[in-house]
Write a protein that binds this ligand. Structure first.
Ligand SMILES: Cc1cc2nc3c(=O)[nH]c(=O)nc-3n(C[C@H](O)[C@H](O)[C@H](O)COP(=O)(O)OP(=O)(O)OC[C@H]3O[C@@H](n4cnc5c(N)ncnc54)[C@H](O)[C@@H]3O)c2cc1C
Ligand code: SF4
Length: 486
């Protein structure tokens, strides 16, 4: 059987045709020269590659370019970026490019579903995928009679609690490979001028299939039951809450998302996890994850350059450099520190703290996509396009979401314990203690009123804006604040 060339995000057994198939892996230092990645992300990728290289029949080649490394005939699974796809089609040593793996649904499923639809909505795709794959179904009906149990989920954090009280994932034990990776990265910084952003720290994410399976087992047993109710909540003292921290393992290909979904469904069927949590979690994977993946290929290549709200400011250096200490706004400072220290924060801080702030301030969507890609351990090009350009920055004017995810401090106050200890007040729009999110929200609406006026879901917020008596002062104040650290 021809050797299989595995990219660094195709490391699991489901990328092979048989367990004994020979493997080629390529480690390229040039990747780290082209972009300033988070130090922990660089560590995770190299550690995962080098751990995989210990398996029988695996050859790891270190080279500047892929073309230099792939000298014998290989087959490859469809890569996850346009650049890599074009490369494998160009290389003469690649004898076959197989369909993509590492997602639950196939490209044909998506095209069959999307064909002829004006609006592409995750919820419709998700229902189609559940039916096609018989996930959480009783015959033709969704288990429990409803497709989406969000009404039972998405609660604010428990009142007065500073932690959720669920066991965190067991710590990962680093080994000599991690030690070598750390030494190499230190040397690259010292001698090769390669730069990283963020702090180094103990490895927090699985680099091997064994570690990934252990994390999955632990999650399903200890955290899945409380996933649903608190999936949108934030606690300053508990950044992980009940989230799975499995995105990096799935995106490295260490776990097959279908096995993750099946384990979760089994826990529900065994009576170990409530339906609302299980459904909410499964929707994240066969709904959101697969939907985002297909949109990357479905949208035209220059979708990534969309900028319908004409947001042209560059990212300020305090944000780009993860300088949480420069920020007084408690929510933003804490979330930025989470990115700096872990290369990971959960979904709501990404969307409602980081993305929301960038959109309010008019930062360039493409720069935000690049920032998320580089600074998050689970960041890859395919995940950025729809999540950042579409969902978080509304730069596509609604091709994948019905309205911008913009909100003021009231949302953050309801869904977190940040505001109590903040020097700003979420209810105040103008003045010294005006919350930069609240004031920023109204200033965003005022600036984009013409673009948003035709969106029926924005009618109410825009009516609210027109009723404000202090819009002029507020806009002046936020223009002066601009992109300064709040
Ligand atoms: C602005 C923004 C940027 C994001 N960037 C990334 C990214 O670079 N990489 C990434 O994997 N996810 C990204 N997400 C989606 C989501 O925030 C992360 O997948 C999640 O926070 C990872 O933590 P977790 O594994 O504990 O997820 P959980 O909350 O436990 O969710 C379970 C799984 O669902 C999947 N998932 C849920 N939502 C999405 C989504 N919108 N897109 C893709 N997968 C999803 C992930 O695989 C995740 O592991 C982004 C979301 C936003 C709003
Ligand atoms: S008051 Fe505003 S800035 Fe402070 S934590 Fe709340 S939302 Fe964030």
């Amino acid at each position: 059987m021809t050797r299989r060339w595995l990219f660094a995000d195709q490391l699991g057994p489901h990328f092979l045709d048989s367990p004994g198939q020979k493997v080629l892996l390529v480690e390229s230092k040039a990747v780290f020269r082209r972009r300033v990645f988070h130090r922990q992300k660089a560590h995770l990728i190299l550690s995962a590659l080098r751990h995989r290289a210990l398996d029988d029949g695996v050859q790891l080649v270190r080279a500047e370019t892929y073309a230099e490394a792939v000298r014998e005939e290989v087959t490859v699974c469809h890569p996850t970026s346009r650049g890599a796809r074009d490369l494998v089609h160009r290389l003469l040593t690649v004898t076959e490019v197989l369909p993509p793996r590492g997602f639950v649904t196939a490209p044909a499923d998506f095209t069959a579903w999307a064909g002829g639809r004006g609006h592409l909505r995750m919820e419709d795709f998700y229902r189609d995928a559940r039916q096609r794959h018989g996930i959480l179904m009783d015959g033709d009906e969704p288990v429990g009679g409803r497709w989406n149990l969000d009404a039972d989920n998405r609660e604010p954090p428990p009142r007065g609690a500073d932690r959720l009280g669920v066991p965190p994932p067991p710590a990962i034990t680093e080994d000599e490979i991690d030690e070598q990776v750390r030494a190499d990265l230190d040397r690259w910084e010292r001698e090769d001028g390669i730069e990283f952003v963020g702090n180094d720290g103990p490895r927090l994410f699985p680099a091997t299939r064994r570690e990934a399976l252990a994390r999955l087992r632990h999650f399903v047993t200890h955290r899945l039951p409380t996933f649903g109710p608190y999936e949108d909540a934030m606690l300053a003292g508990d950044p992980l809450m009940s989230h799975s921290m499995l995105s990096a393992a799935m995106n490295l290909g260490l776990l097959d998302p279908l096995e993750v979904v099946e384990r979760a469904e089994q826990a529900y069927r065994d009576g170990d996890a409530p339906l609302a949590s299980t459904e909410g979690f499964i929707r994240q994977i066969i709904g959101w994850r697969d939907f985002i993946w297909h949109l990357y290929w479905y949208f035209e290549p220059d979708y990534r350059a969309s900028n319908e709200l004409k947001a042209r400011r560059e990212l300020p250096s305090w944000f780009a450099d993860l300088d949480a200490g420069a920020v007084e706004a408690r929510c933003l400072s804490d979330v930025l520190a989470g990115v700096r220290d872990r290369g990971w924060v959960h979904h709501i801080p990404r969307l409602m703290v980081l993305g929301n702030y960038a959109m309010q301030r008019g930062w360039r969507p493409g720069a935000m996509a690049d920032w998320f890609h580089r600074c998050f351990v689970d960041g890859y090009e395919w995940v950025m396009t729809a999540n950042v350009i579409g969902m978080s920055q509304f730069a596509d004017a609604g091709r994948m979401s019905t309205k911008p995810y913009a909100s003021g401090g009231a949302y953050i106050n309801r869904m977190s314990d940040y505001c109590g200890g903040c020097r700003y007040d979420p209810k105040v729009r103008v003045g010294d203690d005006a919350c930069p999110y609240t004031a920023g929200y109204w200033a965003f609406l005022a600036r984009n009123e013409p673009e948003l006026a035709g969106n029926h879901r924005m009618r109410q917020p825009l009516n609210g804006l027109r009723r404000l008596s202090d819009v002029e002062a507020l806009v002046e104040q936020e223009t002066a604040r601009g992109s300064r650290a709040p």
